[in-house]
Write a protein that binds this ligand. Sequence first.
Ligand code: FUC
Length: 769
Amino acid sequence: MKNILYLLLACLTSTLALAGNATSLWFKKPAKTWTDGLPLGNGRIGMIPFGETDKETIVFNEDSMWSGWFEPKNDREGSYETLKKLRKLIKEDAPQSEIKKVAMEFCSLHGYGKPDFGAYQSFCNANIDIGHDLNNVSEYRRSLDLNTAVSHVSYLHQGTHYQREYFCSYPDQVSVMRFTADKKGSINLTFGLSSLHKKSQVTVEGNTLVVTGEIDTGTPGKTGMKFEARYQFHPQGGKVTAVNDASALRIEGANALTVIMTGATNYRLSMEARYLGSSPKSKNTKTLSDIKGKPYPAIKKDHVADHQNLYQRVTLQIDGNDRSKLPTDERRKAYAKDKNDPGLENLVFQYGRYLMIACSRPGSMPANLQGLWNISNTPPWNGDYHLNINMQMNYWPTDQCNLSECFEPVIRWTRDLQKNGEKSAKVHYNARGWVAHHSANVWGYTPPGPNRGIHMLEAESAAFLCQNIWDHYAYTQDQTYLKEVAWPILKGAAEFWVDSLQTSKEGHLVASPSFSPEWGPLSDGAYYQTMIIWELFTNCIEATDILGTDQALATRLKELRSKLQPLKIGKYGQLHEWRQDKYEEGINKKQHRHMSHLWAVYPGRQIIKGRDQKLTAAAEQSMNYRGDGATGWSMGWKVNIWARFHDGNRAHKLINNFISSRVYDNLWCAHPPFQIDGNFGYTAGVAEMLVQSHGVKILLLPALPDRWKTGSVKGLKARGNITVNMDWENGKLKSAELLSQHDQSVDVVIEGKTKTIKLTAGRAVSPLP
Ligand code: FUC
């Protein structure tokens, strides 16, 4: 009896000790579908192996692989005249049907939903015939270690242990597959490639498998993107032969096999170059010659070091129950029944950081709706860059979670977008500056898209994106970035609104046309727009102060900001979503995934708890009406908003709901379908519960839920380039350290009390007595 008690105690302590060990997803079976697969990526190329033992499938992606083409004249000539008509109808409060009809005449004839806009494409798949029937396999395990970004598959088949390792290396720009066994000569497989693109072919060049192709535009005279992938085979022992009409390689009797893959397109992110770059073959050949002769252990070592340099910057520990001994799919199911698994909440947090590193690195394209991964040529919403929240949400955790480097693709992409956006601003609005709308792509698409309803008219998308652009400065304090990169982008977005604001019936400055994504009328003065414009002007004013530049513009922005439509509280105690009372009727009984009029709470900072009491109360009321359900990304947003209300338990309830109902077995966010934004929204939300810095103060543990009684976090960032490390016990801060990169004074709030702390560059300071 005593022994059993000891055993129980030992089990219990080991479970507790494991709590917060947020490093691994694992399964006892191969993936059945793509959303069970474990995603790997180096920002630019990615793969998802299914981990099958008989016929393995590995889905490969490359992030520039798009259909469509660059349409230099995609703005609609004469649309400014239509805009005047539209604004007049809106001012006269004409019937919505009439307004919407004219609105569609304002929209571009090219773009979203048309062939030129394109969609993110599948690249190619590996089909590997291994021939180990799963029924004859034991000890199967498939895992992804977030700490190394290496995925493993291992099993026992007829007395031989087989192992595979998969990873995507950023330093070497390759995907790597390694097959080993504990008995010599046991690696026997046939490796083939397939593509969903009809204009493609697979060939063999010695020990290299090559897939080449061109995306079919379906439009005469329009050339599609060209692509190529190369798979180099490096067997140890055994022999390699071309089989299946030289479209596959057969490896026979090898002791081990390393396959090194790289892929590319002829895309180049540059409007001036019409998005045309050098041939994929020349890119791939260079990549492979750069690592010629580099042995597998060195490639792996460099990969792990590179990944850990980013990944290990933040650690989170939440004491309590931890079911990491369960396979992740079973663990997720167990969580849906009994939420007591903070270890899983932690895992999903770190998974967001992992995914960011995997799908957005310097030189890559920004994370799209699916990050980097894709199995289809017609992915939901084109797998594009949705700018009415999704792409911006992708980058909410980046700086805050100490991954600032991962923001680089957004900067490059936005700088390019601005060039087309200047044309759209001129043609559609007769305005200076630049504009973008609801959805964008790799072809610099900026006009309002055609035929898809009023949400195509979302002219504040560029300003929304500018919130990320500004925040990157706010976190990093990189003055060169602010001056040379951020300021020209912000200034252009602000100039657009200086020229485009309209006066409402009440005499306030508003956007027209405007609406609340993605419901309600097309009118003027929807608060979403007003809030985004307020924020943009505020950020610009701060930027001019810091840079000592554009004082005349700053004065003008201050004047316009003071005339913007003031936020309003409605008859249900709610924050107004629309200018007109009539549109608010019954809002206390309606729910919607978008909480656009809460933008001022998060990601904005126009409403700050503790400073703006009445508006905060109204915003909370609106959130109560919106409820605690929602689609995946919307729940991610809700976590952040409740964190900003300092309601840790409510934020935690959303965490519960997200993990119970809005993630797949591989922990990807389920909108549904799969959309990666919710993963990033969730990760930002957890960080926001622990540290906030959107006002002039830094708040430590502002929204700690009861369930996270004791724990620690290291490496989160506060704006001002301050690294925050903390331990807490029984809900109270036990120790804390702030580490600044430059001398500064900050106001720190702990348990509601503010204290001014002097920080000296490079020296950790405790804000506690
Ligand atoms: C927004 C959302 C949809 C979806 C799409 C990709 O427009 O309203 O729910 O997430 O983006």
